[in-house]
Design a protein around this ligand. Structure first.
Ligand SMILES: Nc1nc2c(ncn2[C@@H]2O[C@H](COP(=O)(O)OP(=O)(O)O)[C@@H](O)[C@H]2O)c(=O)[nH]1
Ligand SMILES: [Mg+2]
Length: 444
């Protein structure tokens, strides 16, 4: 194998050196430590990436059993294969592995986006060699996704905060900004009151003010999580866990269900999907595609308007006989009337209670971040009839209204369990308040 096929480590090093030269003059100790951490992490990841690529090429060579001379053609075929599987909904296992390898190889440059992501991981006590490319990819995506929210909020905020100690007038401006960013009346009140109290006690410079604001924002989203006594939502092994995905049409229920199935399998759970959105014919097929993508079986009935409760009935039977740990239930988002929709959810719930009273049931409301305040209204109306236990916020990539997370936590008092930022299988992660707030206020 020629060394040309391997990623060029030299490029990464030279860009790293440039950053170092430019920055080392005016870095304080804390920043220098953070940069060192990021450099170490970058080196480790680069190494892992190299090893992975080498393994991939070796594998492709042994599979095709080609000689040195024909290797170039073979690599080309491999690349073609990779390009093609990207468009294929029904990936086979080996294509999936290759695709994953290639996707994972996107380390990119040692740039501001990498150092920021590394800083967020370091601040949570992680070691440079324990992080993965996926961690970095996700944080970059989250920061990028929240850019629109940030632009309309943080940029103004930084301008208002300036470099001087905070004044009561700045708090009035902050209040208006928070409300405009869909943070909601309750959460905004809470933040402004806390800041005011602090300002009365001491002089607060803008940097400390910003830090205090982040802390307040974290507290707001953490409160319902703490109240639930479950830091991260995960199914209980060797038990039947049933997670219902509810919410209005188009918010991303089915997509989230597919991503959750993938996450569950990767985390070592056995999973099954129930296609209980029978209101639209295409909905069942869409679930089946996600089932194939994630490698999880689907219980469905393709008869138009089949009874969703009957599908859940069958799915529970199958889950019990196969000792499934996580049953994911897709539900309809639109029926003729809102009452019908709520009645249908209640009926599904009754079936579960009757058939699997021992099951651990989660009713997760899926909210589209781009709907802002409207999402909060949905949360309030579903909370009454759907026994909600948590929220999934989707479409954080490119939404300008990510602030709604705070409104949901403080007004609907629901823990945010997962967030979605993209349409790929891996674009869903358990909610982490620290990462979310850091990504939202990433400029400082
Ligand atoms: N950009 C982006 N699109 C998403 C995300 N989640 C879902 N979508 C898209 O939103 C649309 C509606 O999703 P779907 O799962 O069918 O919504 P449902 O009607 O609630 O089941 C689809 O085009 C999805 O690809 C996300 O996190 N980011
Ligand atoms: Mg759907």
């Amino acid at each position: 194998m020629s060394s040309d096929e391997l990623p060029n480590n030299q490029n990464a090093l030279s860009s790293k050196e440039t950053i170092e030269e430019n920055q080392s003059d005016n870095l304080n100790l804390e920043e220098q430590e953070s940069l060192d951490w990021a450099k170490q992490a970058f080196e480790k990841l680069k190494q892992k990436q190299l090893e992975k690529k080498e393994a991939l090429f070796k594998e492709s060579n042994s599979l095709a059993q080609v000689t040195e001379e024909t290797q170039e053609t073979n690599n080309l075929q491999l690349k073609n294969k990779i390009n093609n599987v990207d468009k294929d909904d029904c990936l086979n296992d080996s294509s999936k592995d290759i695709l994953k390898d290639i996707e994972d190889s996107g380390l990119g440059e040692f740039d501001d986006s990498f150092t920021w992501s590394a800083g967020v991981l370091a601040a949570q006590g992680k070691e440079p060699d324990s992080i993965s490319l996926e961690d970095i990819d996700w944080l970059k995506r989250l920061r990028q996704g929240l850019e629109k929210t940030r632009k309309g909020f943080v940029t103004d905020l930084l301008e208002k905060f300036g470099d001087d100690p905070l004044t009561p007038e700045v708090l009035d401006d902050l209040e208006a900004l928070l409300l405009r960013a869909d943070v909601g009346v309750n959460a905004t009140d809470q933040i402004i009151t806390a800041l005011r109290r602090r300002l009365n006690e001491e002089v607060l410079d803008s940097k400390e003010g910003f830090r205090f604001l982040k802390q307040q924002l974290c507290q707001i989203v953490n409160k319902p999580i703490k109240n639930s006594n479950q830091e991260v939502l995960a199914p209980k092994h060797k038990s039947l866990n049933i997670w219902l995905l509810v919410g209005v049409n188009g918010v991303g229920k089915t997509t989230t269900l597919g991503k959750l199935a993938h996450l569950a399998l990767r985390s070592g759970y056995t999973a099954l999907i129930a296609a209980a959105d029978t209101f639209r014919a295409a909905a069942v097929q869409q679930v089946q595609i996600w089932g194939r993508r994630s490698g999880v079986s689907v219980i469905a009935n393709e008869t138009p308007n089949a009874d969703p409760a009957a599908i859940v009935f069958d799915a529970i039977g199958a889950a019990k006989s196969k000792e499934i740990e996580l049953l994911l239930v897709d539900t309809a988002g639109r029926l003729q009337t809102k009452n019908n929709l709520m009645e249908e959810l209640a009926k599904i719930r009754r079936i579960i209670d009757r058939l699997a009273p021992e099951a651990i049931v989660e009713s997760l409301l899926v909210l589209d971040a781009s709907q802002g305040q409207n999402g909060l209204n949905q949360a309030m109306s579903f909370a009454e009839s759907a026994n909600l236990t948590g929220v999934v916020i989707t479409k954080l990539d490119g939404s300008s209204r990510g602030g709604v997370a705070f409104a949901v936590a403080s007004e609907a008092k629901l823990p945010i369990r997962f967030i979605g930022a993209g349409e790929r299988l891996q674009d869903l992660k358990p909610f982490n308040s620290f990462e979310f707030v850091e990504a939202l206020l990433a400029n400082r």
